[in-house]
Structure formats: structure tokens, C-alpha cells
Ligand binder design. Structure first.
Ligand code: BGP
Length: 460
């Protein structure tokens, strides 16, 4: 009895995650069309996504490593433009379609559950050029057609689907979607319009998928920014709550409950954002909801008001982030706060008790050094030890958590920091300026996670 209390469910999905533009490379090969991520990384200060860590050409080797690690699941994304180079159905790239068949088939053969994200930060450039991407209502149909295409092609092989990765992050960093605007105010307006169009597109896909593919699970992958108050005063606690509502919960409410929360509309109203929402749109949101929830969770963040005299409470520009002296932070300022994960999972369970949660990202970034063929990433191991233990407690608390997919299976291109910021269990020998041989090495955390999976949890 004591022992079973310590275990995770038998079919728990011990996984690991990546995304297409960050891991695949082959950015300009085999008929792939250009994505916003390709253009964005090319313009950045580090390497671009044309090579990344070249999983496209290292597929067999990487799948062998997944097998060795013992993964029960692999979360990856399909590159929209590798399959549909123009973003719409005008051209289908057979080589791209076959690449994902091969990937999925190999995973299944190796008893690794594929978890597929349809759109992870790599929007088709052709659609940005055609109609400013998600800002236009036309984007809804093109996403629907893409999702429909994927489900027809791979729907009988893949049970777990995620529609859009971190829509709530893209809205706050609209350059990730390639959104164009003439000024800051217009950019904010366009980002919010894009937000709603993504919600509508996703709702139509949820509805279609749940009607036609009865056996699949489909949901969003939302970034849950768990906000902590600077102190125990009510005003501070209120700020943290309002930030969670504004950054994360609104999107979960739309995806799971099919309603746009009033608090979200109020904030947009304060910002003079106009949303063109018809009765039919509201009905679409109501009818198309997710049947599970993907959550990207890395850390807690502590917030404080900038203006102590702010009387009205929540104002979107009036907060700053502070560090908690009790916590350790990555070089990029992300905390190691395992109890925060248990708290976050409980919050989700309180809000959506009927919904199963899949942790789709969680991880510790570092520069990681290769020394004599070894990588001693103790801080990452410490991070995962704490988080896996708290995850177990959250399950014991009654939260329906079906799996854990750390970011990332292998070192890959960070969204803003190239290869400087690494997350993988597998090290890839390259840097921002030299591709070298892209040799793979197992980090110490690889063996740690291998043992976690083997023991179905931490070994006590
Ligand atoms: C999430 C993204 C991932 C990943 C991760 C780490 O927001 O879904 O794509 O990159 O964060 O972020 P970064 O690469 O900025 O360290």
C-alpha cells in the first residue's frame, strides 16, 4: 500500500518534447516552404533553423536514443510548410508528408506514443504575405484545412493531438506569428484579433475532430505562467490572480469551457481593443472545445506593482518581475520551484476537474559543457527530481495528470538564444557558429530520466 502510493499510474506517459523548426533542420530541403520561424531565426543574432540539430537526417539515431532513454511518448510538431509549402492546399509536399509517416511509424514500432502538435511557432510565410496571417479571418479556413489534412493523413495512427502551441505567448510576442502593424497600438490590436481568430480556428478543429475521430484526444498546449504575489497583502495576491487570468486562464477557459471570460474582455476594453465577434463566432467557441489540456510549465514568477499608488488594481503595464531569494534561477531568470508545479496542477484541477492534463513542457536551461564525452548537468537533475516528486504528489492530490513531457528530448534551437540555452537530455555537439559533426552525447540527466522511467517514478 505504502509503495503504490509512491507510484505513478501504470500507463503514465513518460515523454519528452521538441518542435519542428527547433530540432529538424532541413529548413530549405525536400520541398519545404518558408515559415515565420525560418525568417525570424535568420534575422536573429544566432544561427538559423536551416540546420538546427538536423533531426531530419538523424531520425534513426534519435529514435534509437529515445528507445534507450525508455520514452513512452514523444511530443513533436509537424512543420506546416514541410507538408503544405504555401500554407494552403495548393501544393502538397509528398516528401514532407512521408517524413512524418516514417517518424510516426518508427515511434509506434518502438512502442513510443506519438504526441503531435499541429502548429508550434512556424506559421507559413506565404500566408503572412498573402493576408497578414492570423490577423485575417481567412486564416481560420487555412488552419482548418491543414488540421483536416493532418487528421486524414495520420489520424488513425496518432491518438494525442495538440492544436496550437503557446498561443498565449505568441499574442504577447506577435513577431513569433509574423504579425505586421504600423505602430505599437496597431500591433496590440492585431495580436488580439489574431488571438480570437486562432481560438475560432481551433474550436472548429476541435468540433470536427471530436465528431469524426472518436478515439483521439485533442487540446491546446497553453503556457501556464504561474504568478506569485510579492507578499501576503490582498492587493499583491489580487495582482497575481489577475495576471494568471489575463495571461493563461482566459485561453484555457475558451478552449475548455467555450467562453471568453469577462475579465479578459474588460482588459481589452481598457486597452481600446475592438474585437469583431458575431453571435455565430460565440456559438463556434461554445461548440468546439478540447477533450484534454496540454500545459507548458517551467517555473513560478513573482510579480509586484510598479506604481504603489495604483488605486484601480489591474493595469496591464503596471507590474514588474522580481526574484525570490529562496529559489535558484537559470541564467535566463527562470526559477526552480517544484512546489509551484504542485500548486499549478491543483489550480487546474479546481478550475477544470473534468479535464485530463498532460504536462507538455517543463525543463531547466543551461549552457552545458562537454568534457571528455560527458555532460554533468547536476542542476537539471536537481530540477527534475523536485518536479517529478511534486508531480507525484499532485496526482496523489487527485489531479488527473496523464503524462510528463519535459522540454527537451535533445538540445535544440532556443527561441531567442540559439544553442547557448540548452534543455536536452541528449547533448548535440555544435554551437551557434560551427555545426561541427552534430554528434549526440547522453548527458547525466539522460541516465537519471532513464531510471525514473524504468522505475515509474523516482527511486526511493
Ligand atoms: C516554450 C516553447 C518552446 C521552447 C521553450 C523554451 O515557450 O513552447 O518552443 O523554446 O519555451 O523557451 P526558450 O527557447 O526561449 O528558452
Amino acid at each position: 500500500m505504502k509503495n503504490s502510493n509512491r507510484k505513478f499510474p501504470n500507463n503514465f506517459l513518460w515523454g519528452a518534447s521538441t518542435s519542428a523548426f527547433q530540432v529538424e533542420g532541413a529548413g530549405n530541403s525536400d520541398g519545404k516552404g518558408e515559415s515565420v520561424a525560418d525568417v525570424r531565426t535568420r534575422a536573429g543574432k544566432y544561427m538559423d533553423s536551416s540546420v538546427s540539430v538536423d533531426e531530419y537526417h538523424h531520425l534513426d539515431e534519435d529514435i534509437s536514443l529515445m528507445k534507450k532513454l525508455g520514452l513512452k511518448a514523444y511530443r513533436f510538431s509537424i512543420s506546416w510548410t514541410r507538408v503544405l509549402p504555401n500554407g494552403d492546399l495548393s501544393i502538397v509536399n509528398e516528401k514532407g508528408v512521408n517524413y512524418y509517416h516514417k517518424l510516426i511509424d518508427e515511434l509506434v514500432k518502438n512502442e513510443i506514443e506519438p504526441i503531435v502538435t499541429m502548429f508550434h511557432f512556424d506559421y507559413p510565410m506565404a500566408l503572412v504575405n498573402k493576408y497578414n496571417g492570423w490577423v485575417s479571418k481567412k486564416s481560420i479556413k487555412d488552419f482548418y484545412n491543414y488540421a483536416d489534412f493532418l487528421l486524414k493523413e495520420y489520424g488513425d495512427k496518432v491518438k494525442y493531438w495538440l492544436t496550437i502551441n503557446e498561443q498565449n505567448v505568441m499574442v504577447n510576442q506577435p513577431e513569433i506569428m509574423g504579425t505586421k502593424a504600423n505602430n505599437k497600438k496597431e500591433l496590440f490590436q492585431n495580436a488580439q484579433v489574431s488571438n480570437i481568430n486562432m481560438c475560432l480556428a481551433q474550436a472548429e478543429v476541435f468540433k470536427m475532430a471530436r465528431e469524426r475521430y472518436r478515439n483521439i484526444k485533442i487540446g491546446p498546449a497553453v503556457s501556464y505562467i504561474t504568478a506569485l504575489p510579492e507578499n501576503g497583502k490582498s492587493k499583491s495576491i489580487l495582482l497575481a490572480k489577475q495576471l494568471e487570468d489575463y495571461f493563461s486562464f482566459y485561453l484555457m477557459d475558451i478552449s475548455i469551457r467555450g467562453i471568453i471570460p469577462q475579465s479578459y474582455l474588460n482588459t481589452l476594453n481598457d486597452k481600446r481593443v475592438h474585437l469583431d465577434l458575431s453571435k455565430k463566432d460565440l456559438q463556434t467557441l461554445k461548440e468546439g472545445t478540447a477533450n484534454y489540456l496540454g500545459v507548458n510549465w517551467y517555473c513560478t514568477t513573482t510579480f509586484k506593482y510598479k506604481d504603489k499608488n495604483n488605486k484601480d488594481g489591474f493595469v496591464l503595464d503596471d507590474f514588474s518581475v522580481i526574484k525570490d531569494s529562496d529559489l535558484d534561477y537559470t541564467k535566463w531568470g527562470w526559477s526552480n520551484d517544484p512546489v509551484g508545479l504542485r500548486y499549478a496542477m491543483q489550480q487546474l484541477n479546481d478550475r477544470y476537474p473534468e479535464i485530463e492534463v498532460l504536462v507538455t513542457e517543463c525543463g531547466w536551461s543551461d549552457e552545458d559543457k562537454l568534457e571528455d564525452g560527458k555532460i554533468h548537468d547536476e542542476k537539471r537533475i536537481k530540477y527534475f527530481k523536485g518536479h517529478i516528486e511534486q508531480l507525484r504528489l499532485a496526482i496523489k492530490d487527485g489531479v488527473h495528470i496523464i503524462g510528463f513531457c519535459p522540454w527537451s528530448f535533445i538540445d535544440l534551437l532556443s527561441v531567442n538564444d540559439g544553442m547557448n540555452k540548452r534543455y536536452g537530455f541528449v547533448y548535440v555537439d555544435r554551437n551557434n557558429h560551427d555545426e561541427k559533426q552534430l554528434t549526440r552525447y547522453e548527458k547525466d540527466s539522460f541516465y537519471f530520466y532513464q531510471s525514473v522511467i524504468k522505475n515509474n517514478g523516482l527511486k526511493f
